[in-house]
Design a protein. Structure first.
Length: 227
């Protein structure tokens, strides 16, 4: 189910009792709505054990080049995979900045079928260590930034009527500008926040997520490099 920008504006004005008022122009209200959408986006993106909005982006690294631009809509990284030759994708771990030279000593990207590659996000780039010694396919799993609505017909994915949060939050902003009492709407917003955070935690109720075994990852590192 989706809801359009025009519908969000109408509902926000109704909630703020400003249906026939031009005190807040449509352009300003659109800005409020997009800010509220971004706030909802963060709530869902940070929900425990959920993967709302996660998408993928694939690109090829080039021999001798260690730094590559992140996607233009990049927001939060969820994971990095790489594929050497025709092998399956395997997960890559980040390197600690204080240990940035540790992996460069390992030299090559493929040791007996496993990888010694590490990555780190620096600014708007992802940097690999050691420097690539071959052409390799990379897959990024990430949460994109919230999409801004511009035209009246632009749509927001109205997951389980969570758009109510956007409507109430935009109405609060309108009434704050008018210096009106927003206590009732603030209480409604808190109730919606609790509902959204509670429900978003159990997106996959049948198979809850498990905790990563960091000790196994450590053993794997020492098995690979004999340290």
């Amino acid at each position: 189910m989706t809801i359009t920008l025009a519908e969000l504006r109408v509902q926000s004005r109704q909630r703020a009792d400003m249906e026939n008022s031009n005190f807040v122009q449509d352009s300003e209200l659109t800005s409020y709505i997009n800010n509220s959408i971004a706030e909802l986006h963060d709530i869902l993106a940070e929900a425990y054990a959920s993967d709302y909005y996660v998408t993928t982006y694939e690109f090829d690294v080039t021999q001798g080049q260690d730094s590559y631009a992140l996607p233009s809509d990049f927001y939060i990284l969820k994971g990095v995979d790489l594929r050497i030759d025709n092998q399956d994708f395997i997960s890559v771990s980040p390197f600690n900045f204080n240990e940035r030279n540790r992996y460069s000593e390992l030299g090559v990207w493929d040791l007996a079928g496993v990888t010694n590659v590490r990555y780190r996000m620096i600014g708007d780039n992802i940097v690999f260590n050691p420097v690539p010694d071959r052409n390799v396919r990379i897959k990024l799993w990430y949460v994109p930034v919230a999409t801004k609505l511009v035209a009246d017909g632009d749509e927001l994915n109205d997951l389980n009527a969570f758009s109510e949060y956007v409507v109430v939050d935009a109405a609060i902003k309108m009434m704050q500008k008018e210096e009106s009492d927003v206590s009732v709407l603030m209480a409604q917003k808190q109730g919606l926040l609790k509902r959204i955070t509670d429900r978003s935690k159990i997106r996959d109720a049948g198979k809850p997520k498990s905790i990563s075994d960091i000790y196994a990852e450590g053993d794997d590192f020492y098995w690979r490099y004999g340290e």
